[in-house]
Ligand binder design. Sequence first.
Ligand code: SF4
Length: 476
Amino acid sequence: MTVDINAPYKTRVKQALSDPHLGVALTRGTDRLVNGRVTSMTAVDGERVRDEVRQMKEHTLRHLPEYLEQLEQNLIANGVVVHWAKDGTEAARIVREIGLQNSVESVVKSKSMATEEIHLNHALEEVGMTVVETDLGEYIIQINGEIPSHIVAPVIHKRLEDVAQIFQEKMDMPPTLDPEALCSAARVRLRKDFFGAQMGVSGCNFAIAESGTICIVTNEGNGRMVSTMPRIYVVLMGIEKVVPTVEDGMLQLQALTRSATGQQFSVYCSMSSGPRRPGHPDGPEQMHVVLMDNGRISMIERDYAEALLCIRCGACLNVCPVYQEIGGHAYGSTYSGPIGAVITPLLSPELAMAKDLPHATTLCGACRDACPVKIDLPRMLVDLRADLVKENAGNKAEHLGIQAFVKMAGSRQLYEQGGKLASLGSNVLANLSGGNIKFMPPPLNGWTQHRDFPPFAKKSFREWWGERQTLRNRDQ
Ligand code: SF4
């Protein structure tokens, strides 16, 4: 990983931009996903699908307590043990205790952003459990000591050549660029892990309230093995993942697969409605579902409920001109791209802890146009900037500069004097540069690091207009 996710935001961005292979990998990956989504959504009435999913998610969110209670009742009726976690620490503790109480030594996981959000692997490894990621992309970054850089395609920041190199170094594979050979090698290793694991952990793409069913979507079948082979199956889900009915789940599935990978339907959709019952040939002996808040209710309270409509398809990342340049690691958080820039500050104990992310955007609106739930991400990014200023967590120099401008713009005399000063100063600097300004003093030097700055006009519009009128009057 060329980006140090613990470094300051600007350093992370610089590191990402200076990696010559990252841009190639991101272009290849995002182009493929964007083209797939457009083709797949055009093949159906994409607008209708988007409207219907949004209506369904809005309805669910308006009645969230009722649907969560219904889900809980039906899960319990199906023999599932239900746990509630107010935050990530509690959620991790619950999963860890389930493992410890059952003497679990080895855990297999299906790809899950919720578990990434609470750093579950670390929590389990701390008490001696071995955790193996079984999604191929997650497996690659796990053996390479990295974190996912995309909601759906965790290894999108790597080219095939990079992946081959990792397999050579970490798995003693002979050099090859044959994807099938690489997949087979991983499959052989993972099969042993599936057979040896006592506990499987997954996230949840959606949970159906009316039947108490957990649905996970994969393309590799690893989710089904995680949910059926070990004797304990644990699901960690954010509370916003509930949907009312099977039909609602299928509607969301359609929007999800088409927007995420351009598929009409994922290769696997595994639905679990409880542990193994008498007479069943297979399935887990125990099934647990952890319903996690971890900042989601506070999103509703803070007027950012719209962010909870997200179905984690990753389409907004793929079209974002910022993500396309810097990739996911530069965001320094579990969730990247436009949706990450919105929810990371909101999931943090304080907005200020992720204050740079609402600025990691051009506000072009491509994310809103691509989103299958029509989430107005640009509006929320602007609202977050305003909230940061209100909470005094914005950029201090920028804040002071804007305050000074507001004061100046409120007084004609000050405005004219300020304009004269800016014109004088900028023209002196332009003369020194022999044309446009090539260097400005701090804190304005960021501008001239990458482009020239044209000097202010020598006369203000008002002066020019006054002179023009004087000449006209004289000529009449
Ligand atoms: S905000 Fe929309 S486009 Fe982005 S991940 Fe969520 S559902 Fe997908």
